[in-house]
Design a binder for this molecule. Structure first.
Ligand code: FES
Length: 178
């Protein structure tokens, strides 16, 4: 058991046996792991004496809970009223199509997680999405795809660069052979 799991178990122990504690337990798991892994569900099921199927039901009911780890980048598409009337729904479908995931999903390569969110306070720029901390407004399907592809390209380039530099660092770190 690593440290994260040990802390998580400690929190569970504090809730042990209490009725109606499922939500705090799930929140606790998500705080620790960043999502709710299968082993946490198994564990919670044992502690709270709730069938795993019921726990899955609760997790999928509340959008705050995640069954997958977060991607490197979070895309938050605003579907508040102003954005909704400015075709945010179509843009959300555009992103889903571009990334091959649905809302709350993470791409297979772990680059993106997609969220649908309520008003983010830039209604005059509707329709709006945020990619991490950057806000993008007056979106069209074309500009939306362009932004997503640009972030993906930058991420891949950064990963390639890091991979290319790694052998040099490793060589520098290892003692020279005689
Ligand atoms: S409704 Fe989208 S920013 Fe306000």
């Amino acid at each position: 058991m690593n440290q994260t799991e040990a802390e998580f178990s400690y929190r569970l122990w504090r809730h042990d046996g209490a009725q109606g504690e499922l939500i705090p337990l799930l929140q606790s798991a998500q705080d620790h792991f960043g999502y709710i892994p299968r082993r946490a569900i198994k564990y919670i099921s044992g502690v709270a004496k709730v069938p795993e199927s019921k726990i899955y039901g609760v997790i999928t009911f509340y959008s705050q809970f995640r069954l997958q780890p977060m991607g490197k980048h979070a895309i938050r598409m605003c579907t508040g009223t102003a954005c909704h009337v400015a075709n945010a729904g179509m843009l959300l479908e555009t992103i889903e199509d571009e990334l091959g995931i649905e809302v709350n999903g993470t791409t297979e390569d772990g680059t993106f997680t997609l969220f649908s969110v309520a008003c983010i306070g830039c209604c005059s720029l509707a329709p709006v999405m945020m990619v991490d901390d950057d806000t993008h407004g007056s979106l069209t399907p074309v500009t939306t795809r362009r932004i997503v592809r640009k972030v993906r390209r930058k991420t891949l380039a950064g990963e390639k660069k890091a991979a290319a530099e790694k052998p040099e660092e490793d060589a520098a770190a290892s003692p020279a052979k005689e």
